[in-house]
Design a protein around this ligand. Structure first.
Ligand SMILES: [Mg+2]
Length: 268
């Protein structure tokens, strides 16, 4: 009986700890694993090695939204911001320590601090491709919202630009940073912004930590199996035109899972 009680207690504590600190392992991985650092550097190094090929082939485009004649358009790359260029693991770490969860207010406070670090490899890569004549567009789902004690139309844009500069990106401005809600149809579905950019630029590469940074309609009302089939369908794009950064802490991969999440575990 005593043993049974002890076992039950350990089991309860174990399950309680795992639900409270769901992000502990994934945040530790991003903050301490050399393997994370190596994988993001590998991604950006691979991309850099492909830039000349993409520039020389005037029919090369990475955006599915881009159609028609593209050879005369100036080249650009599109990068997501969070967990692609900027590292917000400190925000995750704070939530874990304080047993909190994501709230729009605490996130906006974090954005306003402008203290996000850089994802390893991102800053060097962006500065180098800009020297090669490529425009780097930052396309983020950070949202333009009113903020207390600020008259700026989009204080989040100002903070994001400052944070990107602090991280070491030399050439960044409101022209090249596109936030959610900056225009009416600029929703969290990034397709409309990619379509907008495809009118002005030949988009040679896409970078992101979420499937939605590459494809439309993949963030809700879709199963993990359907998402996997899309990755397979565009197999040729990964590592040539599309570059994905690892993010185990949050994202549409997680949001599409239905409760109970254990149903997705595949054992032998
Ligand atoms: Mg992101």
């Amino acid at each position: 009986m005593k043993a049974f009680l002890k076992f039950s207690l350990i089991f309860m504590l174990g399950s309680c700890a795992s639900s409270m600190n769901d992000n502990l392992n994934s945040t530790l991985w991003m903050q301490t694993a050399a393997e994370y650092q190596a994988s993001t550097m590998q991604t950006y190094n691979t991309a850099l090695a492909n830039v000349s090929r993409a520039l020389n082939d005037k029919s090369w485009t990475a955006a599915l939204e881009q159609t028609g004649e593209v050879s005369e358009l100036p080249p650009a790359i599109i990068l997501d911001v969070d967990e692609t260029v900027l590292d917000n693991s400190a925000y995750e770490a704070k939530m874990i320590k304080e047993h909190g969860t994501f709230t729009p207010q605490s996130w906006d406070n974090w954005v306003h601090l402008q203290k996000a670090g850089a994802v390893p490899g991102a800053v060097d890569f962006i500065n180098k491709v800009q020297e090669m004549g490529v425009t780097a567009i930052l396309l983020t789902n950070r949202a333009c919202e009113k903020r207390q004690n600020s008259n700026a139309p989009c204080p989040q844009e100002d903070d994001t630009i400052e944070n990107l500069k602090k991280a070491g990106i030399k050439n960044v401005s409101a022209e090249t940073v596109l936030l959610k809600n900056e225009k009416d149809d600029w929703t969290s579905e990034k397709k409309s912004r990619r379509t907008f950019l495809a009118q002005k630029y030949r988009i040679i590469m896409l970078f992101g930590d979420d499937l939605g940074d590459f494809l439309a309609d993949v963030k809700k009302n879709i199963t993990p199996q359907q998402r996997a089939a899309l990755v397979e369908q565009y197999a040729q794009n990964w590592g040539t035109k599309w570059f994905v950064l690892p993010n185990p802490t949050y994202g549409s991969w997680y949001n599409v899972l239905q409760a109970p999440r254990e149903q997705y575990l595949q054992d032998y």
